[in-house]
Design a protein around this ligand. Structure first.
Ligand code: 26Q
Length: 841
């Protein structure tokens, strides 16, 4: 793919054309390479090889091609020495690599043909690859989309993360309940990864700190600690059609010393076993919590483990080329994906002071110019607060540094506010301190020690500034900025929806692949009858594909002519899957009472994983599957409603689901969903949004027009206003609305299960038993408005031309929501990187 190249960096956002490099695909060579790989890896012929072995052979053949460009790119970075961004994240929800790499190498069709000639189906080969599910949901998938955009735009970037032995659990539905099954994604080996033992680092935990005073300053040293060796594995991130290949570096843990087999000293042996166990535990499994903080010691170990290794490597790499560590921030920036990687701040301070002997002031100058923080939530229960006892025991030197950051920050608050009339400075300190009430508040540290704080959608950033982080915004207004999320159209349209991608290209050319706003040229086709029919036909074929998937996986038959109404996302009370299923129960009641009513057939599709310990979330899954069982098996409604719960929602089946959706359910309680990114994937695939004015829905509606979406419910201001006045009284609604009362009673009267199973859900909405607040997510409050919006969906769908028009306009107006735009804004407004262009000689 690459020939010999020269390099040039260009100013950010400038006009220099990126030389398009297409893989020079040699079909015969590729076919020989696949056959050769099957032979050398497995001692088999193609006919004897298992499907998994064939996948491995194909993947290795592709990797060989990627490696050329990977080396070229890294050589170019080495030579040009551009500023780099390190995207630090506990999660990278990459999904499968093979198809994505082929798409970005512009080799998908060629490889498909070559495999055809070998009698192989590329789709089936792709299906053999396990998802790299190293993430929970939105935050992790965002990191993956960002890496795709960084490579495609030609920006020098590293992703830094953890090589979990077990990623996000596989979800099985047994007897209607979620069962978590371990995801042993590495069993067959990962053909795309490269182990790099030459870059291993040592990470220290526990022990105590000694101080030595010499030449008028203190020297700190951690003693009596336990060490873990961090070994990096590199994964290639292929840019689209530009020959650039960036790196995602994920760290594995190993014991520092291996067993001394000749050592029968009991203490030594014990120590070796302990170190082995410590190392194994750290990277064993991804915590499956989404938007919920769990103060687990192992989680903090994971955080420090990959951050210490990544920061050490960033510093070492910088020092290989430069001699003045005081200018580190000119060549390096760290983007912290939520607070999870925030120990990067004291870790960088530690290295600068304890290993490079900078003064506090010098180290602070560098650190605060290096670190930037992205906030992904306003939900109080998701904020990380570590108990001092745990934090200081595990990271004694790091804790000292955090204490000093806190001490100095409190002095700053005091200096700024102690003489301001009307300001209670003690109150400010109580609210803003990094260490308070026995806890270390990671978000406060990330704001105080960074140069940028960003929210992930306009509304979210405004709420941060006006409510959650108001005091910090007042103190550091220049640090706050918005970066509305985006998604990569290359995975979620070009790869996930081949039919629509081709249709778009046939109508407006292929520029949209790297310049999504060009897709707006489709607007003229929104009212074109032929285009409408073609569009609806493609949607139908994608619905047939999903119906087939559902039949295979769920054994449920669904009608592709019905409205596909889809809610796929993590299960959380604030996302209100409960509102959706209660409405289904209501519709079913209507239909039972009035079998001849005018009703357009509807398939309600859900997909969601619940955190393993989240009772109400898991019960909601059981409610959905129970309602599905009753409704799907009731012949009296003639199949007018079907309810499907898709097992194990993940990146791979998401591509099939988005392509087939008519209606995109984005129904979070206003103010709670920071952005959402699924909403964008649906829009790009021509689904209409049924949603609240929350997160990025606000901006989606702004782009496509309210007439092409279905908006309902309380506004974020109304929600926040209720919250500030002690909530609202759902009992009033229950008492006055017959329909709602009937549905709620069905939760506890045995309609869908024995009477007590769903009692906790009933209680969460009404709470007749305790003094806890009821319906904290305003489900009953928004119910009527939601039901009305759903009625409008049905009316709109009956007008096929009108629906097609709106759907095409959704595709056409999705340009803003590419992660290419988001990344360009990070580059221009936060990171200030230069593009690297590979030029053919
Ligand atoms: C924290 C501490 C201990 C264990 C787990 C966690 C943890 C893990 C994952 C906390 C939060 C998360 C994930 C949060 C997340 O995915 N947030 C979503 O981020 C998206 C990208 O910005 C937004 O679009 C979504 O609105 C937001 O919910």
């Amino acid at each position: 793919m690459a020939t010999s190249t020269s390099v040039a960096t260009t100013a950010a956002a400038n006009t220099a054309a990126v030389t398009t490099k297409k893989i020079r695909f040699d079909k015969e060579l590729f076919k020989r390479s696949v056959l050769y790989n099957v032979k050398t890896l497995y001692r088999r012929t193609l006919e004897e090889a298992t499907p998994q072995q064939i996948f491995q052979a194909v993947a290795y053949a592709i990797k060989d091609q990627i490696v050329e460009c990977w080396m070229e790119t890294q050589k170019a970075y080495e030579k040009e020495d551009p500023k780099m961004v390190y995207y630090m994240s506990m999660e990278f929800l990459m999904g499968r690599a093979l198809g994505n790499n082929l798409i970005n190498m512009q080799g998908y069709d060629d490889v498909k043909d070559a495999l055809d000639e070998l009698g192989l189906d590329l789709n089936l080969v792709e299906d053999q690859e396990p998802d790299a599910a190293l993430g929970n949901g939105g935050l992790g998938r965002l990191a993956a989309c960002f890496l795709d955009s960084l490579a495609t735009l030609g920006y020098p970037a590293y992703g830094c993360g953890i090589r979990y032995r077990y990623g996000m659990f596989k979800q099985e539905i047994r007897d209607g309940f979620q069962v978590e099954v371990p995801d042993n994604w590495l069993v067959d080996g990962n053909p795309f990864e490269l182990r790099r033992p030459e870059y291993a680092k040592t990470v220290k935990f526990g022990g105590y700190v000694t101080v030595r005073h010499e030449n008028g300053r203190n020297f700190f040293s951690q003693e009596g600690y336990q060490s873990v060796k961090a070994i990096p594995f590199d994964l290639p991130i292929v840019g689209y059609g530009n020959g650039i290949v960036n790196t995602l570096r994920i760290w594995d843990a190993e014991a520092v010393e291996c067993f001394q087999l000749d050592s029968f000293d009991k203490g030594e042996y014990q120590k070796a076993v302990e170190q082995q166990n410590l190392a194994r535990n750290i990277v064993e499994v991804l915590y499956p919590n989404d938007n919920h903080y769990a103060g687990k010691e192992l989680r903090l170990k994971q955080q420090y483990f990959f951050i210490s290794a990544s920061v050490q490597e960033a510093v070492a790499k910088y020092m290989r080329k430069h001699d003045d560590i005081r200018k580190f921030h000119e060549k390096v920036t760290f983007q912290l994906n939520d607070t999870h990687p925030t120990v990067a701040i004291p870790e960088l301070m530690r290295i600068l002071m304890d290993e490079y002997y900078l003064t506090w002031e010098e180290a602070w100058e560098v650190t605060t110019k290096t670190c930037a923080y992205t906030n992904h939530t306003i939900m109080a229960e998701a904020l990380e607060k570590w108990p001092i006892e745990l934090f200081s025991r595990l990271l004694p030197r790091i804790y000292q540094i955090v204490e000093e950051i806190n001490r100095r920050f409190i002095n700053d608050i005091y200096a700024k506010y102690s003489n301001v009339p009307g300001v209670n400075v003690q109150e400010k300190i109580r609210k803003m301190a990094i260490i308070y009430d026995g806890q270390v508040k990671m978000a406060h540290m990330a704001i105080v020690a960074g140069y940028s704080v960003n929210g992930v959608a306009r509304l979210h950033t405004e709420i941060l500034k006006k409510q959650e982080l108001k005091d910090f915004y007042e103190m550091f207004p220049e640090r706050f900025n918005n970066k509305t999320n985006g998604i990569t159209q290359r995975r979620f349209l070009l790869h996930g929806n081949l039919l629509l991608a081709k249709w778009v290209t046939d109508h407006v050319g292929s520029e949209w692949i790297t310049d999504l706003p060009q897709i707006a040229r489709l607007k003229v086709y929104a009212t074109d009858e032929k285009a409408q029919q073609e569009f609806m036909n493609i949607k139908y074929q994608n619905k047939v594909r999903l119906a087939k998937y559902i039949l295979e996986h769920n054994g449920i038959e669904v009608d592709p002519r019905s409205i596909f109404d889809v809610q796929v996302k993590r299960l959380h009370e604030y996302k209100r899957q409960l509102l959706n299923i209660l409405h289904v129960m209501y519709l079913y009641n209507e239909l039972k009472e009035n079998p001849d009513m005018d009703f357009f057939p509807r398939t309600f599709i859900f997909g969601a994983k619940a955190a393993a310990g989240y009772r109400n979330a898991k019960l909601t899954i059981k409610l959905i599957t129970s309602v599905a069982d009753v409704i799907n098996n009731d012949p009296s409604i003639n199949g007018k409603i079907k309810v499907v719960f898709i097992e194990n929602y993940n990146v791979s089946n998401a591509e099939i689901i988005f392509a087939a959706a008519d209606v995109s359910e984005q129904i979070s309680t206003a103010s709670k969903e920071a952005s959402g990114t699924g909403n964008m994937k649906f829009m790009l695939n021509g689904a209409l949004t049924l949603g609240t004015m929350d997160g990025a829905n606000v901006e989606i509606v702004e782009e496509v027009g309210e007439e092409n979406a279905f908006i309902f419910g309380l506004s974020s201001d109304e929600v926040i206003n209720y919250e500030n006045h002690g909530g609202y009284n759902p009992m009033e609604i229950f008492n006055n609305d017959q329909d709602i009362r009937k549905v709620l009673m069905q939760l506890i009267n045995g309609t869908y299960s024995h009477t007590e199973l769903f009692r906790p859900l009933y209680n969460s909405l009404l709470n007749t038993q305790s003094t806890d607040k009821a319906d904290t997510y305003f489900i009953l409050k928004d119910f009527k408005s939601y039901a009305e919006a759903q009625k409008k969906v049905e009316q709109a769908y009956k007008n096929e031309a009108g629906w097609a028009k709106s759907a095409i306009l959704n595709v056409a107006c999705s340009g803003k929501f590419t992660s290419d735009r988001t990344i360009q804004q990070y580059v221009d407004e936060i990171w200030h990187l230069d593009k690297v262009v590979l030029k053919k000689n």
